[in-house]
Design a protein. Structure first.
Lengths: 374, 264, 327
């Protein structure tokens, strides 16, 4: 009788890896319907297929395309079984750190966060330079968490100053950490390094506790999301986004806007809108300031990701794969005079994608700070 | 192979100031960091160990405050750490420093490879690696960007020279200096923290180290610092002008000339 | 006024090719002639190789003596063997001073030689002076270039100093002078530290981290990098670019300066038509001098510049090229 040799295995099942993934995610719920793939903005321009990524994960394998993910959350929002695919992406990236199969530049990013407390490899002694001539009350149980972008990126510093001015106008008592503020760790969390993220969140919890902070107002939606998750886990203070805090002040009559005859369109940042459900506060802020808000077709939960999330701000993206330009074009098509948003990453992406001939980009706080009165 | 990585903890260059009155260094406000090319040397060592087996020991000469940094190196992946610490080692120039480190390497024993960063950001002389090689009567390859093992206890090192890349083969024991940026240093392995914090860091003072006292510390240093001066202002000038193109060109040319005549 | 053990001043001339030398070798030879005259001592230049005949070129730079160390095993730089050969001659002649060029091989040699001679070595100085006792004081940059230290070697001899290229001017090439002596050092295979396996001459790949001058272009160039390349050529520098420019295909990706590109440390950075987003400026933070040109007076790049010009890039670059002349 002829010997029949076993064919080489087409797939290896890594049960150990799968056990870890089932313990940390709910990816076992996936029944491979593929809705996520059709919702994913990367499917159009790359070979990313989310359904396949989840399938491979179920075998204990990590698709290298996992690093392209912007964690925009369209997949989560569309999944009929409520699989936390964004969480799975983070877990898969976390596993890659163990074998050090990560894109170049990311270990250096983590060293920077670890040693300097920020994502830009700049000294802590320059962290408070955003303030310039703005005075902060420096008291009370509310804290404005500026974040790395707001502290070091000149573009985002303008937003930080605008928010501070608005809080000052409304007579809010609040503090800032100044040079002692450290990174919230959202970059570490996005690229899968859960351990560094937890370390940073713990340091922030201790800082907040030391200063009697009961409420944190975050400038960036990414800090907002990271601090919300991290502080909840540590029993730390309540965290809101600045648009939520300003909306409260407007409603309480502590801030008014002078009517302004300008049309503006608003882009929902993924980490404020889709991931955290904050859609109306920024719009109300703009309308209560007298501006006319014109909606893009893909608004609120359908907002098109700028491409900066998921750690992509810290990685090089092929120009052909970047989604930002499409969003700027859509904004231009509304005929609005301004494109406003509430995220430093979105602003950074849109400003570098747009030509001088298309719609100017601004932050919500900057727009209303110009016209706000106490 | 048994690999020793020499590490130096340095103040961050941009944060050190010179007191304009006393012309002495003010390091007080400066944070410390492991010298960056030493991190590249550690990465080279760890990659070498992954490919060819062996142990990696980090070695440093300095005050007890260096110990936490050695523990970071353990958390990154080193197996052992040795700190040479004694007042008698203080005030050392590169002759005395290289002697002290070489004596430490001899005491560690059976060392095949000594890896160092190409130069340190405080002092930046690049002299220590070849000096260690001479003290040990070992072969050397400096300005290395790639290191692999070859047959019969030899290694192949690719050196980045001004006019090209030279690959050399050398027998162990060998001293290798690694250029900054030749690899991306791996981040801390958080699973190693427990080990890194509890591991015994060997601390050797002058008595434990042995060696000839005439070559140690200030006494063993033929060179001395006669004075200090500040070269460049900490911040930018921020001189912003709005002028005609001709005037602009003239101002820019003046700046170019100024930089050129400053030399070095 | 002369130092102890007066074998005078010695200079190591590093060979590059059959009968030429690294430019810095000649630069230090020129400076050494000046110092020797001031100290009234003799100047010897020592060179090493597998063949003689390099001496004739060195005689044109004013030495009193040329010493050639010739041996087949010395055909390429080998720190261990070179240190042994030169060390032996120094122990015989007892010079007070030895200057070497701070090339990579020069440093490779100097560190070994200093230990062999148990003497002090002051590395890659940027200026050299004599103090009141006729001792050399070498000024050395440290701390990323912000501070200089003046180093002396009061007791041990020879005082060893390595010198960076471009610190001293190139001396004029004159008629041949000086006595030549050729010596065959006592060497065997065991004295070699390494063996060359291969050598790849520097090709087309660009290394912006070593550039002294960078001309960086951004969106404001509108794609016109031709003039920037000309500017870089005239200044002996390299062209860099922002992500916008490399994305647009105006320049290769390996020329991108910034957080996900190259972190450069040129002596001079001309930053043209760049707005100055933080992801870019971290790439030039370490430049010695930054000159920026941008149409927008509020461009953040001006916060990172020593000299900032607000204006249209085209006319300014044209005018600058005219001012620099056809170099």
């Amino acid at each position: 009788m002829a010997q029949v040799s076993e064919p080489a295995a087409a797939v290896r099942f890594d049960d150990g890896a799968w056990e870890v993934l089932t313990a940390t995610t709910n990816a076992n719920l996936c029944f491979q319907c593929g809705t996520c793939t059709s919702a994913c903005p990367l499917a159009e321009r790359t070979s990313m297929r989310v359904r396949q990524l989840v399938r491979e994960a179920q075998f204990g394998e990590t698709d290298p395309l996992v690093w392209k993910c912007m964690t925009c959350g369209e997949c989560n929002a569309s999944c009929p079984r409520g699989v936390d695919i964004v969480g799975l992406v983070r877990s898969l990236r976390g596993r890659a750190w163990r074998t050090r199969e990560v894109p170049p530049g990311l270990p250096t990013l983590l060293w920077g966060i670890y040693s300097d407390g920020n994502t830009f490899r700049l000294p802590p002694s320059q962290r408070a330079s955003w303030m310039q001539d703005v005075k902060v009350p420096g008291k009370g149980s509310t804290l404005l968490y500026v974040g790395c972008a707001g502290s070091y990126d000149p573009r985002a510093q303008r937003t930080a100053r605008s928010v501070a001015k608005l809080l000052n106008l409304a007579g809010v008592d609040y503090q800032v950490l100044g040079n002692e503020e450290v990174c919230c760790g959202e970059a570490a969390r996005s690229i899968g390094h859960e351990a560094l993220f937890r370390d940073l969140q713990q340091r922030n919890t201790e800082s907040f506790k030391q200063r009697g902070v009961e409420r944190v107002i975050a400038l960036s939606p990414h800090s907002f999301d990271a601090l919300k998750a991290g502080q909840a886990a540590n029993g730390g203070p309540e965290v809101v986004h600045y648009t939520q805090a300003l909306e409260e002040l407007l409603d309480a009559g502590k801030l008014r806007g002078e009517p302004e005859k300008r049309t503006i369109t608003y882009h929902d940042p993924c980490y404020l809108g889709r991931q955290n459900g904050v859609y109306e506060a920024p719009r109300r802020l703009l309308e209560l300031s007298g501006l006319t808000v014109v909606e893009m077709r893909n608004n609120r939960g359908r907002s098109l990701c700028c491409g900066g999330g998921g750690g992509r701000m810290w990685m090089e993206t092929d120009p052909l794969e970047r989604p930002g330009a499409r969003r700027v074009q859509e904004a231009g098509e509304t005929g609005a005079e301004l494109l406003a948003t509430a995220c430093p990453y979105c602003i950074s992406v849109f400003e570098s994608e747009r030509g001088s001939e298309t719609i100017p980009v601004t932050d919500v706080a900057e727009v209303i700070a110009g016209r706000a009165r106490a | 192979m048994r690999i020793v990585v020499c590490m130096k903890v340095v103040p961050r260059p941009e944060e050190v100031k010179v007191d304009p009155e006393t012309k002495t260094l003010d390091r007080a406000g400066a944070r410390s960091v492991i010298n960056s090319s030493d991190m590249n040397a550690l990465e080279t060592a760890l990659a070498f160990r992954e490919a060819h087996g062996g142990t990696v020991t980090v070695l440093s000469m300095g005050p007890p405050q260096f110990e936490p940094y050695l523990r970071v190196a353990l958390a990154v992946g080193a197996d052992e750490a040795v700190l040479l610490s004694d007042r008698a080692f203080g005030g050392a120039d590169t002759l005395a420093t290289s002697y002290t480190l070489a004596t430490g390497i001899r005491k560690i024993g059976d060392v095949d490879l000594v890896l160092c960063g190409e130069e340190s950001s405080d002092g930046g002389t690049s002299q220590v690696p070849p000096s260690i090689a001479e003290w040990l009567d070992a072969s050397q390859a400096t300005y290395v960007e790639r290191l692999v093992a070859a047959k019969n206890s030899t290694v192949r090192a690719t050196r980045a020279l001004e006019d090209g890349k030279e690959t050399v083969e050398l027998s162990v024991p060998a001293v290798i200096s690694v250029i900054v940026g030749s690899n991306e240093p791996r981040f801390i392995d958080y699973d190693r923290w427990a080990f890194a914090q509890s591991a015994k860091v060997q601390v050797w003072d002058a008595a434990a180290l042995g060696g000839d006292p005439q070559y140690l510390g200030l006494k063993g240093s033929p060179t001395t610092v006669a004075g200090l001066r500040e070269v460049r202002k900490a911040g930018r000038r921020h001189e912003t002008l709005s002028v005609t193109p001709e005037e602009a060109a003239s101002r820019i040319k003046a700046e170019i000339d100024r930089v050129r005549s400053a030399r070095g | 006024m002369a130092s102890r053990d007066d074998g005078g001043l010695w200079v190591y001339a590093e060979r590059r090719g059959a009968s030429s030398f690294t430019p810095v070798s000649l630069e230090i030879l020129g400076k050494a002639r000046e110092l020797s005259d001031r100290l009234s001592v003799e100047l010897t230049v020592v060179t090493v190789g597998a063949d003689g005949g390099a001496a004739s070129e060195l005689r044109r730079y004013g030495p009193d003596h040329v010493l050639e160390l010739v041996h087949p095993l010395l055909d390429r730089h080998d720190g261990k063997a070179y240190a042994k050969a030169i060390g032996a001659e120094i122990q015989k002649a007892r010079p007070s001073t030895l200057l070497l060029g701070a090339t990579r091989n020069g440093q490779d040699l100097a560190g070994r030689l200093a230990v062999r001679l148990r003497t002090g070595l002051t590395a890659h100085i940027t200026s050299l002076e004599l103090d009141g006792n006729s001792h050399l004081v070498g000024w050395v940059p440290g701390f990323g270039g912000g501070i200089e230290a003046g180093i002396t070697c009061p007791a041990k001899r020879p005082q060893m100093v390595t010198v960076r290229p471009g610190v001293f001017p190139s001396p004029p090439r004159g008629s041949p002078v000086g006595k030549v002596k050729a010596v065959t050092p006592d060497l065997s295979e065991e004295d070699l530290g390494s063996r060359r396996v291969s050598f790849e001459p520097k090709g087309a790949s660009v290394d912006l981290t070593r550039a002294d001058v960078l001309v960086v272009g951004g969106r404001g160039t509108g794609g016109d990098f031709g003039r920037l390349e000309e500017l870089a050529r005239r200044l002996g520098g390299e062209v860099g670019a922002t992500r916008v420019a490399t994305d647009a295909g105006w320049v290769d990706r390996d020329r991108m300066i910034g957080q996900t590109g190259v972190i450069a440390r040129p002596k001079l950075a001309l930053v043209l038509g760049v707005s100055g987003a933080v992801q870019f400026t971290v790439g030039i933070e370490r430049a010695g001098t930054v000159v920026a040109v941008n149409r927008d007076p509020h461009a953040p790049i001006f916060d990172h510049a020593d000299l900032g010009i607000v204006g249209d890039l085209g006319p300014i670059v044209d005018s600058l090229l005219r001012t620099l002349g056809a170099a």
